[in-house]
Design a protein around this ligand. Structure first.
Ligand code: UDP
Ligand code: UDP
Length: 301
């Protein structure tokens, strides 16, 4: 079923994974108001559905609720340091408001909720134009284009391989009791963005130069999850895939994708097939990146 969670949805279900929302800064900033609607109205509709259908519901929250954190690493008890009016706010505040809604529906309506705060995740099947750092660097390296490091590259992230994250989400959904709060899911091994660039260059054998671009506003300086709570609640869950192993699998995937016919054509075709207004498709054709942004936003929503 293709559906935008901003609109109500009446179906019979036992479990809901509410993953709706673009997660790449490039994509969620493309239409910030729709991003907010997706998180806030989407949460209200999905919680209303969970309440009526008596379904268990899991919310994909985010490490972005910690903003530019002054506590390091980030534990679930940290309330965060978020700019309410910046370019990232549509995502950060949307996800924070969604968390509020989840806990209010739990307290007031007794809805059976699970809230995962997902830290930077990567892996095969990412879109080449996703815009986040791991896919950007791999695609740039494989195409022999410059690797775009924003700022001086000393900011840190902790990258979790998708299989590890999915395992964590499923365990969280399945666990009979998860206590009273959200659960961080991510890999606690921390790298600088520059280290990531160098690792991608080494693993691809690429000779792409590293170039510096301006640091986007409110870009968090550091990020690393504290995952003791997940370990305790989810039967000793922790990420098993080291960065290099996950990167190798992701690089292998992108080698196949980039060798295939241009994704743009496929995506435009799929827009037309879904009977979206042709003007959207034409607008998209005029601007390659917008094609991909539009489609990703629609797909994720
Ligand atoms: N909702 C939905 N599917 C359902 C039940 C509710 O999409 O199966 C939506 C409905 O549009 C409503 C929202 O979820 O606006 C919140 O529902 P709730 O019952 O909590 O609130 P109310 O309808 O009383 O405003
Ligand atoms: N970044 C970068 N080059 C890129 C894309 C991202 O240096 O081509 C940096 C970005 O400034 C941030 C980090 O990599 O410090 C992670 O960015 P991403 O967009 O993947 O996710 P975020 O964690 O910021 O939501």
């Amino acid at each position: 079923m293709r559906h935008d969670v901003v609109n109500p949805l009446y179906v019979e279900v036992d479990r809901i994974f509410n993953l709706a929302c673009p997660a790449s800064p490039l994509h969620y900033q493309y239409d910030p108001v729709h991003t907010l609607k997706t998180s806030v109205m989407g949460a209200i509709n999905m919680l209303g559905l969970a309440k009526r259908a008596n379904a268990r519901i899991l919310q994909a929250s985010t490490s972005e609720v910690y903003g530019d954190p002054v506590e390091h690493p980030q534990a679930e008890t940290y309330w965060g340091n978020v700019n309410p009016i910046g370019l990232r706010s549509c995502y950060d505040e949307g996800k924070r408001c969604a968390e509020t809604l989840f806990f209010d529906y739990k307290r007031r309506e007794g809805v059976d909720i699970r809230v995962a705060r997902i830290f930077n995740t990567y892996g095969p099947c990412m879109h080449p134009a996703d815009g986040r750092v791991v896919s950007n660097f791999i695609v740039q390296a494989l195409r022999g284009e410059p690797i775009t490091v924003y700022g001086d590259g000393s900011q840190t992230r902790s990258f979790c391989y998708v299989d590890d994250l999915v395992e964590g989400l499923i365990r969280l959904m399945d666990s009979p009791e998860v206590g009273d709060g959200p659960v961080n899911l991510g890999n606690p091994t921390e790298f600088t963005v520059l280290e990531l660039a160098e690792t991608v260059l080494r693993l691809t054998g690429s000779r792409s130069p590293i170039v510096r671009k301006p640091l986007p506003s409110d870009d968090p300086r550091q990020r690393r999850p504290q995952i003791d709570r997940a370990r305790g609640l989810l039967g000793g869950w922790e990420p098993r895939t080291p960065l290099e192993e996950g990167l190798r699998a992701t690089i292998a995937y992108f080698r196949t994708v980039l060798g295939a016919p241009a994704p743009r054509a496929t995506l435009i075709h799929s827009i037309e097939r879904e009977a979206e207004p042709l003007t959207t498709a034409r607008h998209a054709v005029a601007n390659g990146t917008e094609t991909l942004r539009t489609v990703t936003a629609n797909r994720d929503a």
